[in-house]
Design a protein around this ligand. Structure first.
Ligand code: SAM
Length: 295
């Protein structure tokens, strides 16, 4: 059997060759669309800003296409892959790299703090991922909210999700996801990626977004939990006024008048919609209502 290790995977022929060699069957449930475009790989690796000191956590290495590029740049790469049928393939394609550790597991069950301790002396990891779109948001938010040491996350997402992550107040894409992401990180879209850059082709366009974690949150609030509760309630009924959305929310137990007074005290019109508020204004609202509200 011809060895595929040592050769770059980032082209359609090599990818098809290795898939056929192992009789690999794509699993829809794992969102398996493998990158075949070297320019896109290059953009991802550049966006992740990886240096020789860095330890990278790659989520979902697939057949190892991006892993090879990451391993060329980083001190160490820990690649977590859920599909056990890909493990023998990764053993072959990453054979020449002594700085890669492959773990066969579901990233949602992995102790990322433990990985950072074991492979990076608990210093911040750089995360790179091209994941099934339905788990991308829970994974990103899970990494940020759990406070595991992460420097930046460079991830391929559905184009619309990238637009929402970086949207600002008053735009159609602005919502709870924009505010949640921007509370933890600075988003930067590094590339738009059309479907023909993958095998098999996804139905939607994709984008590579880098989220650089803020050293400190950009706004201060006494009660971030309450702030996010207000944000979710505002955008659950985004066509309604902020006042009505908060009054109608089953999660917010607060007299109408108090909500109206808090909105007014921020200098906002009483008919303002949640989509017009900045993160800072949501933080201000949370501070005014904290102590009055029973969540
Ligand atoms: N990184 C490769 C590339 O760019 O060609 C593969 C990308 S493919 C879109 C997504 C990969 O994530 C697949 O290999 C899939 O099996 C893996 N995956 C899906 N869910 C996962 C999970 N919960 N934990 C770890 N890996 C997962």
């Amino acid at each position: 059997m011809e060895e595929i290790s040592g050769s770059r995977l980032s082209n359609p022929q090599k990818t098809i060759e290795i898939i056929q060699k192992y009789d690999f069957v794509f699993q829809k449930k794992f969102g398996q669309n493998f990158l075949i475009d070297p320019h896109v790989l290059d953009k991802i690796v550049r966006a992740a800003d990886i240096g020789k000191e860095d330890c990278v956590l790659e989520i979902g290495p697939g057949i190892g296409t991006m892993t090879q590029c990451l391993a060329d740049q980083a001190r160490h790469v820990v690649a977590v892959e859920i599909d056990r049928n890909l493990i023998p393939i990764l053993e072959e394609t990453l054979k020449d790299y002594d700085n890669v550790t492959v773990i066969n597991d579901d990233i949602l069950k992995v102790d990322v703090n433990g990985l950072a301790a074991e492979y990076n002396q608990s210093r911040p990891l750089k995360v790179v991922a091209n994941l099934p779109y339905y788990i991308t948001t829970p994974i990103i938010m899970g990494l940020f909210e759990s406070g595991v040491p992460v420097d930046n996350i460079t991830v391929m997402v559905q184009k619309e999700v990238a637009d929402r992550m970086q949207a600002g107040p008053g735009t159609k894409d602005y919502g709870a996801l924009s505010l949640a992401v921007q509370y933890y990180a600075r988003p930067y879209v590094a590339a738009n990626v059309p479907p023909n850059c993958f095998i098999p082709r996804p139905r939607v366009g994709s984008a590579v977004i880098r989220l650089t974690r803020h050293p400190e949150p950009p706004v201060r609030t006494r009660d971030p939990k309450l702030m996010f509760c207000l944000i979710r309630a505002s955008f659950n009924q985004r066509r309604k006024t902020l006042q009505n959305s908060l009054n109608n929310s089953p999660d917010i137990d607060c007299p109408k008048e108090m909500i109206a007074a808090a909105i007014e005290s921020l200098g906002l019109p009483s008919a303002v919609r949640g989509e017009a508020l900045t993160l800072e204004q949501f933080a201000g609202l949370a501070d005014r209502l904290s102590g009055e509200l029973h969540l």
